[in-house]
Unconditional design. Structure first.
Length: 425
């Protein structure tokens, strides 16, 4: 019998955790744990669904600039580049990775509040020129202008607008409120636009706005896009794009699941599109070449990854039943950093009665915990389990904490092969 799991490609077939039509124990049961396993098909399907939804909702000339921070594995970035993705990058390292993965430079946006002069110089002097620096402060724009003058270039910039909204998400990943370090508030944008000397070596391309990550409620998104559109009109300056950032969330937990019949991706696109049409396209204030940029990370790659770990031993202590696994918070940190919920799925389904279980790693911190007091099937030594939906902000946030090796990364291809695509190892 096939038992469907929320991650539609993942299911139990004959009590065996199966991805697509590949039983995971057979495919990866011999590999050294802990490791990440990515699914090429799921990754590309997510990307195509994102693009298709933008087009279906009449977004003008959408360009999907994948946010490398979610997962910069060279193979995954190359697959996305080949499928037509641009890139949203925030460091010199991500710039290099995007270029070496064949993302065209003119499809790269460079975000981040702390760009260094060296990073600005590299992006400025690349042959093709990047699509835009998303500028986050007055002094950053001054530096870009100065460096562009130095190289005899015209830098393309978008101003990252802080729309002063409250995104409904974890406070550590909310970015669009006026108390946050991100972007420029309206008053500063108005001041900047008037500094004529600054614009000699800088071309204004438009605005960018990114209010936070893991958004499942799009009220603040709608407000932010509306304010950005109105500001674009007010600026009275030709513009070529509006970059609406990333942020579309993933329903990791049962309580986050979308109600029946609701497609969050479509809802999100609809809200973005409605505001752009109402405030920019209907009033005919956009140029022929006007386009909308997106910077999704999580929604493209989260569901395409599993973190696979093995049970080292179990331990009953006080009121707790612990399952101690060989993966730790250094490998996958979201549960310890944000108290995030991720499904824990044993490779083999047994008839053992479920019990309240706390799944922990070997790191010397109580935060090193993948699930606390969760009803799970009892697990025994050497059995494998998968932490689900870990393709985004998994490996990219891993560290050597406790002097541990970084986890390996494998790719499950559509033909069922497993390829070692590890980097930094
Ligand atoms: N654009 C900008 C300017 C960003 O800062 C981010 C994410 C994105 C795009 C991509 O957002 P996404 O579509 O992935 O939500 N480590 C945290 C998430 C941090 C997000 C940082 N910025 C987590 O594991 O939840």
């Amino acid at each position: 019998m096939k038992e469907l799991l929320p991650n539609s490609e993942l299911h139990y077939l004959k009590n065996t955790l199966t991805w697509g039509n590949i039983p995971l124990s057979k495919a990866s049961g011999q590999l050294q744990t802990p490791f990440y396993l990515y699914n090429e098909q799921v990754l590309l399907d997510n990307f195509k669904r994102f693009q298709a939804s933008a087009l279906k909702n009449n977004i003008p000339k959408p360009l999907v600039c994948y946010a490398l921070k979610a997962n910069a594995n060279p193979r995954l970035v190359s697959l996305l580049a080949k499928a037509g993705a641009g890139a949203d990058i925030v460091s010199g390292g991500e710039f290099k990775r995007a270029i070496s993965s064949r993302v065209p430079a003119h499809h790269i946006v460079f975000s981040g509040v702390g760009k260094t002069q060296a990073e600005i110089d590299t992006a400025l002097t690349t042959d093709d020129g990047i699509l835009a620096f998303n500028v986050e402060s007055i002094s950053e724009l001054e530096l870009i202008a100065q460096r562009a003058k130095h190289f005899g270039k015209k830098a393309k910039v978008a101003l990252r607008y802080n729309p002063e909204v409250h995104a409904m998400t974890h406070k550590h990943i909310s970015t669009g409120h006026r108390t946050h370090k991100f972007g420029l508030i309206k008053k500063d944008i108005m001041t900047l636009m008037k500094k004529k000397a600054l614009w000699k070596n800088v071309q204004f391309q438009g605005l960018s706005v990114h209010i936070g990550s893991q958004l499942l409620d799009f009220q603040a998104t709608g407000k932010a896009v509306e304010r950005a559109c109105k500001l674009l009109r007010e600026l009275d300056h030709p513009f070529h794009f509006l970059d609406v950032g990333g942020g579309l969330g993933v329903d990791y937990s049962p309580t986050e699941r979308a109600p029946k019949g609701v497609d969050r991706l479509d809802d999100y696109m609809n809200i973005v599109s409605e505001n752009i049409h109402r405030h920019l396209i209907k009033p005919k204030v956009v140029e022929e070449d006007f386009r909308v940029l997106f910077e999704p990370g999580r929604s493209i790659v989260a569901r395409a990854g599993l973190f696979i770990t093995k049970v080292l031993r179990t331990k009953d202590s006080g009121a707790n039943h612990f399952v101690i696994v060989d993966g730790g918070m250094n490998d996958f940190g979201r549960t310890s950093l944000y108290g995030a919920y991720h499904e824990i799925l044993p490779f083999k389904k047994t008839t053992r009665p479920v019990r309240k279980t706390t799944v922990v790693g070997p790191i010397c911190e109580t935060a090193d915990c993948f699930a606390s007091g969760r009803k799970l099937l009892p697990m025994k030594e050497n059995e494998f389990l998968a932490v689900a939906d870990t393709g985004a902000y998994g490996f990219s946030m891993s560290s050597h904490y406790n002097l541990r090796n970084l986890p390996k990364e494998y790719l499950l291809t559509p033909s069922g092969d497993i390829q070692d695509i590890s980097h930094f190892s």
